[in-house]
Design a protein around this ligand. Sequence first.
Ligand SMILES: [Ca+2]
Ligand SMILES: [Ca+2]
Length: 293
Amino acid sequence: MLLAALASSIVAGLLWHQQLWLRQYDFQRDQSQAQSLARSGLDWARLILQEDARSSAIDHFGEQWAIRLPLSPLDNGEIGGEITDQQGLFNVNVLVRDGVLQQDAAARYGRLLALLGLPAALGPALADWLDANGEVTPGGGAEDSAYVALQPPRVAANRSLVTPDELALVAGYTPEVLARLRPFVTALPSAAGGAINVNTAPPEVLAATIEGLPLADANRLAASRGNKPFVTIADFRSRLPSGIPVNELALAVSSAAFVVRVEVRQGEVRATGLALVVREGGPWPRAVWQMIE
Ligand SMILES: [Ca+2]
Ligand SMILES: [Ca+2]
């Protein structure tokens, strides 16, 4: 009787282990499939961007790359994704070049902060985070001595940001500030250039980039490009209100940098692929960074 009970409990134990092992096996198989699909999704997006560069000289929201793919069914799962242009956003890395604060870029960033109703001190704080020196920039700067007192203690990076998520480390960049700021800013390597794509920039970024352009006019420009994208900077300028000087070097009608996001579900497992892709005129858009998780 005892032996029989023992035997049956051993069998139950074995079965349970087998179940567990099978579930683990399923999970690992789904996980590796999900991650591999996410990677393929990123490559597919790079192909779309390569094709786009072949077929058009400008970049706007009416193009194929801008179409978001909603989660769509595939065998035992789903896949979806989107490509978002980064050249329409304010690249925070232009604030500092070769370790030195750039006053014109600081002025543009200051205008953006004001348009978004954010404190002006966020400008100098970010400048000090990026610049190479240890001197506190007037108007709200913060260097190492301010950071060692924070939780967690840290020191200023004194270099460009790799991703905009690093903004969360900078003094004053609270979750509330970031929620307001994030849709308008990005962090790009110098290879992407600093010009703003007037076909994709939010009105706030247009108004911040072009001194003297009221937000209401920037809104009108953004509405007009929906039907008729800007084909050249001259075209953009002809549709600006008269009398507003334009620094052509700060503007573009095309984009070199895009963030690709791919979401995958395979069985019970989810995977995300995220990459910053830069078109540099080479045969294949380069991933500056890529994450699969
Ligand atoms: Ca294009
Ligand atoms: Ca400094």
